[in-house]
Unconditional design. Sequence first.
Length: 280
Amino acid sequence: MMNLGIRAHDLNSKSLEGLAKEAAANGFSAIQLALAKSFPDLNLQRGSLSTGLGAHISSAFYQSGVQIAVLGCYINMIHPIHEIRQQELERFKEHLRYARDFGCSIVGTETGNVNEVIEYTEDNFTEEAFQKVALSVKELVAEAEKFGVIVGIEGGINHPIHTPERMRRLLDIIYSNNLQVIYDPVNFITLDNCNNQEKLFQEAIELFGERIAIVHLKDFMIEDGKINTVPVGKGILDYEKLFTMLKKSKPYMFYLMESTADPHIEESAKFIRNVYNSIN
């Protein structure tokens, strides 16, 4: 069976019980939970997390047969203002400390932006930006090691970790098994490589396949000379080749749909399950 899930904030429900039931009703076995996005009424601030909150939330999902696969805490770990960067890092560390109380072992983030406003800039691709990411990730991993949990890093073409090679380099520099990869194949696709997806998938798997803990699933189309994200199954991502490479080597791994909301959730989930189940 495919361990398929979705980002909780892509569902319609706004209550804890509603989210748990909606996820289960769609046949999802897991979610990625960004607390502030799914529960804005809680007005969570740094310092708000507790063992009680974790137990309360995880219990509701557990009763519906849904696992919290990832706690999403997407921060700008290289924010240009030092004080804000440290606040972001401390917020992530708090998620690491309480992750187990949510029934979860992975806290996920991307690698940020050298600018205060998150936007595309080639300044993210410099050696200086990479080294800043490495310093922040090292600090986060040191905290994760204390609590026996995992920092999940997601790369992407607009981020300092914008190629599979950069991801491999980061893993080599940090050199800790408490650092693992959240792999989103679309995040490494460009106009230059989009017609050779199999090679791109193979490269990523050869470089860090053993460190992939979670796979994100979305889709893309090329429109007006740009890569645009679309719901799962509505684009040209070659899921068959992707699953052929991953299914046997990563049994029961969580695949989490993103950028896919109603009215596409049911259709997208059915599509992705059919492709996955067709692979021997």
